[in-house]
Ligand binder design. Sequence first.
Ligand code: PLP
Length: 459
Amino acid sequence: MWPGNAWRAALFWVPRGRRAQSALAQLRGILEGELEGICGAGTWKSERVITSRQGPHIRVDGVSGGPGTVIFPGLPLPHLSCCIHLLSFTSGILNFCANNYLGLSSHPEVIQAGLQALEEFGAGLSSVRFICGTQSIHKNLEAKIARFHQREDAILYPSCYDANAGLFEALLTPEDAVLSDELNHASIIDGIRLCKAHKYRYRHLDMADLEAKLQEAQKHRLRLVATDGAFSMDGDIAPLQEICCLASRYGALVFMDECHATGFLGPTGRGTDELLGVMDQVTIINSTLGKALGGASGGYTTGPGPLVSLLRQRARPYLFSNSLPPAVVGCASKALDLLMGSNTIVQSMAAKTQRCDSQQGRLGGGETWFRSKMEAAGFTISGASHPICPVMLGDARLASRMADDMLKRGIFVIGFSYPVVPKGKARIRVQISAVHSEEDIDRCVEAFVEVGRLHGALP
Ligand code: PLP
């Protein structure tokens, strides 16, 4: 006789080693099925290995290249009176898919500032901010970010993903509502999922739909409209004036993610709110240090002082993750100094994105140059007036094969497919940087035309 329920335990008893093995075998089976599914759908994302610094001309493991030149706007040459700096090196792969909008990722002064911070403040803090992870450089950078955006205060996070993950849960309660553009970045969507507020999703850039949702949301305590300033997958810009107008009519706050705008949109690079003249109407901004501002990593929230104070007390990615490494802080701080010290870099990007100067019969900046030539060749390019130029292809396999063939021609671009973009809307996202030359852009267009014909994307 077995005492109590011991017979049951004996029946299901498997030696510990074998039990672990069978669970692992089961897991392997599940994972292999998932991975095969991703391959079968043509949405597999493989990573290419860069063996140089980030920049318009890079070296890529296994792909050969030739000589290249980088132009750093805003850095004076000792023997030239103009404000450009040329650095030649052996490379040849043209990079058209980094968020390095201003070319600051490898800017000599930015690198030097990172080295100096590393030397002076060490490799890292081995701590979160509130324990013993706050140095003078963190406080200085937060003050600088607030000044740059003309806001009351700012708080640093390890990334903008974290800033988005931390904000909504800390700020909104079940009494409140958040109204979010359906094409907002995944990190905004995830951040909103974490909060207990009522959730409304309005159609992309659709102001009538936003208004209907705001009317519905009148019953809640706070209403927060959440939008990307510039949409990263489509290269389009939120109609901020209309959003702010509706927000004021319906007593709502406006939150904006400025990852693809900070540093280069607007006359002095402050972002979409400056571009559209509503700097005083957007309450909260989240943005990244990992794109135009040196490209290392880090994110932040900037806005009202009490909000920033609350986030320091409540935002989980801030409370439970290490503080930013000094070298990263040093790089971002220098990038902001460069932008706040002179408008040369911002203007060089603006020149690249300016509209076609049809009166003089010539093309304007790089983005327009690229768009016009690609559209003339028969491609569909989404968005407008932004250095993000998505080449719309539809099919995920087509996008990935075309990107592979572009690399064979020395152009580094990547196919974007589900879940990064909706199914059936695969694309190759091209990003123009201030440090691309017209020749670089021409080479990219020529390769696209050749590869497009090869794959039947063009007649
Ligand atoms: N928000 C937007 C719109 C983004 O494009 C990204 C990054 O791709 C993020 C947030 C996340 O930024 P980070 O890399 O700093 O986490």
